[in-house]
Design a protein around this ligand. Sequence first.
Ligand code: GRF
Length: 212
Amino acid sequence: MISPARLVVLISGNGSNLQAILDACCQGVMPARVAAVISNKLDAFGLKRASCAGVSTVVYPAKKNQERSEYDRQLAEIVSAFKPDWVILAGWMRLLTNSFLTKFPNRVINLHPALPGTFPGTHSIERAFQAWQMRQINHTGVMVHLVPDEGVDDGPLLSQRIISFDEKDTLDTLEARVHTVEHELLVETINSVITDGIERTIRSAKSNTFRT
Ligand code: GRF
């Protein structure tokens, strides 16, 4: 029997996407297990989710005036100790430099609550909602991508899904819909890279027509 893929999940907050991963592993939806959850925030609720699931946690906050590259070098050591097959950024709210990324080539996967090339950085859902209210866009979405370098929410696409707006939408209803799609798409995509490999997942993301 093939041993389950080892995931190290990086979080900064609520951890609802981490929960989707933990549930999928526990229910045997994908051949993976979460080897560790790392948070840069002591009060991240996701740490409780990890502990409830019996998963090791590490809290690694940045020190005042700490060089970003130094933080990332140490972070890479922490993550490496758990021997990850895949490093999943699930609501990790810090930019990662090459000090970290070069240690895990083709192994870092990020979730972004908007479509490729749109609303990179923070408050993406809110910015998409405002753009829709100003009639600048008529749909938004969610993407999962590889993180090859220091680009923000950018990198080879692994999957994406469109989310339409509803005339009755408020920011809250849109956020709820985006999160539901995120939970599904992230699990599906991790499953795909584990079972089909990166190249096939990228090819299929290129050829797939949008799904809503
Ligand atoms: C998600 O919307 C993720 O895409 C973004 O931050 C949010 C984290 O949510 N980067 P959670 O912590 O997984 O609930």
